[in-house]
Design a protein around this ligand. Structure first.
Ligand code: NAD
Length: 516
């Protein structure tokens, strides 16, 4: 890349698509000041009005869908249909879902206080925007991941400073265009193009929160930097997702699931099936079927290209390591002649579990396969990973599938499906361990974008009654609180037996010395 330009390239041909000026780092204070001004006005609108605006955005998106899909295809290299299925449709679903739930979910919520002695007070939760948040996103789903975060951020009353990946800046600018055309206020969403140094400089501006999607390495660096100002973060990071195929699985179905789960987006998906854990009794037949189906995938139609050159180094490193350690290549294992694709690869054998290709995120059209004998062994193998994003279980026995699911240490489990739950806005998305912190989507995802304020007040004013725990401390007060604690002790009989003493202590205390 040139000093002051981001060069957007077609990853198939290497052709320069656009030269995009880098956003100057020194402009960031002004960017944040403008965002804060826009946010102050925007947050005064009711949630309902903001939700209506989101539906206008959906309208603009629907009208521009082909133009957008073309840009995603050109800059990212994925087939146009994958732009429809995995980027635009989930975004439309997300706008529809969140504009529908936000007005009721962000309404004040009353909390009934449980303790009878505190019933003269009531509690309410109120939700309010965070302020100006940062959205920093990757290149693999360059539209949906960033667009979804920005949409929910503005719906909840925030302003957004958005940095797309340097490998998807054109798609990033398209996102900006959509918000502008839908009539969102100037400066509410600001897209800045640049590399990691720009991302780091954005964090130095102390955004109210950072919504980051990307690699574990960058996630850790961001969290470390954010800790300087105690800036909260949600981190959606990598995965090495396992698919467990139980011995009763329909093999045609299971191999088709692995085919899409492992090779859609050319395997450049955080929730790709990268590890297959197949019962030993069906492993041979399963591998044959999957290998056969792989021969039917057509480059350019079903399979896109490797978006980022840097990925090829990881593929080569993982392939070399697998070869050196004696893994068995069932198919693939090499780059295409023009080096724009990796030939879809399935690798297994006795040594597989010691290889990088089985243990580390490859982020390419690669599945590493191992076998198991007992269900417990399959669960143990699936959980034996530093990642915990998503897992799949394929079985004819749905109860057993659910039993297995409940043992898996991941954010989501799909039974007889793969990968696509990231596109279900009503279900939470996110991982544990190295796969990240926090959840997006669903109600819990909505609350990631707001502050919660708890207000506690008396039902009405009783100025003559001062709280029991206020000064001065006295012997009667001590006895009363001791009697109160005793009420929690033992079974119902014991509680009942302790009640008269409690009431006697209460009366004695209330009749005693006045509160200060
Ligand atoms: P990356 O970490 O290299 O870059 C992501 C973004 O961070 C880019 O915009 C980049 O410019 C920026 N960045 C880099 N260094 C930075 C720094 N020091 N401070 C601030 N920002 C910085 O990741 P990538 O290669 O773009 O994306 C691939 C990774 O993303 C994979 O590991 C994949 O699993 C993960 N991912 C996760 C999810 C999920 O939902 N969990 C979704 C998609 C991708």
């Amino acid at each position: 890349m040139y000093m002051d330009l981001i060069i957007s390239r077609n990853p198939r041909s290497g052709e320069v698509l656009k030269e995009i000026p880098k956003s100057p780092i020194q402009s960031l204070p002004l960017v944040f000041e403008r965002a804060s001004r826009a946010q102050a006005l925007w947050s005064k609108l009711s949630v309902k009005k903001r939700a209506q605006k989101l539906l206008q955005l959906r309208e603009v998106l629907c009208r521009k869908v082909d133009e957008l899909a073309a840009v995603i295809h050109e800059e990212n290299g994925k087939p146009v249909i994958e732009a429809y299925i995995c980027e635009i449709l989930p975004a439309i679903e997300l706008l529809t879902y969140f504009s529908g739930i936000a007005p009721s979910k962000l309404k004040d919520k009353n909390i009934k206080l449980r303790n009878p002695l505190l019933r003269y007070r009531k509690s309410t939760l109120t939700y309010w925007p965070l302020g100006t948040v940062a959205v920093i996103s990757p290149w693999n789903y360059p539209f949906f991941l960033a667009f979804g975060d920005i949409a929910v951020a503005v719906l909840t009353g925030n302003a957004v400073v958005f940095k797309p990946s340097e490998f998807s800046s054109q798609v990033g600018l398209k996102i900006q265009e959509l918000f502008d055309e839908a009539g969102f206020p100037t400066d509410l969403v600001q897209t800045l193009c640049g590399e990691g140094d720009l991302g780091a400089a954005i964090i130095d501006q102390k955004p109210a929160k950072i919504f980051f999607t990307g690699s574990v390495r960058t996630g850790k660096a961001i969290m470390k930097q954010a800790s300087q100002n105690l800036t909260p973060v949600t981190l959606e990071l990598g995965g090495k997702d396992a698919m467990i195929v139980l011995p009763d699985a329909d093999l045609d179905y299971a191999s088709s699931a692995a085919l899409w789960g492992g090779y859609t987006n050319s395997g450049q998906a955080c929730a790709s099936v990268e590890r297959l854990i197949v019962h030993e009794s069906i492993a041979k037949r399963f591998a044959e079927l999957l290998k056969e189906k792989l021969t039917h995938l057509t480059p350019g139609v079903d399979l896109g290209v490797v978006t980022m050159d840097k990925q090829k180094q990881i593929y080569e490193e993982h392939l070399l390591d697998a070869r050196e350690k004696g893994a068995e290549f069932i198919c693939g294992g090499i780059m295409s002649g023009d080096r724009t694709r990796m030939i879809p690869t399935l690798v297994g054998g006795a040594a597989i579990e010691n290889t990088k290709i089985y243990n580390e995120e490859t982020f390419g059209p690669v599945i590493a396969m191992t076998t198991f004998r007992t269900v417990q062994e399959a669960i143990q193998k699936a959980n034996n990973s530093p990642y915990g994003l998503l897992a799949s279980v394929i079985t004819s026995n749905l109860s057993l599938g659910e039993e297995v699911a409940r043992e898996l240490h991941v954010g989501s489990v799909m039974i007889n499906e793969v990968l696509f739950s990231a596109g279900l806005p009503e279900t939470p998305w996110g991982g544990l361990k190295d796969s990240g912190i926090g959840r997006k989507h669903a109600e819990m995802g909505l609350y990631e974008f707001v502050n919660v304020r708890h207000i506690n007040r008396p039902v009405m004013n009783f100025f003559s009654f001062k709280s029991l725990w206020w000064f001065p401390y006295s012997e009667n007060q001590r006895e009363f609180f001791r009697a109160w604690i005793r009420l929690y002790q033992g079974g119902w009989f014991e509680k009942l037996a302790n009640t008269p003493h409690f009431l006697w202590c209460l009366v004695k205390f209330l009749k005693g010395e006045p509160r200060l």
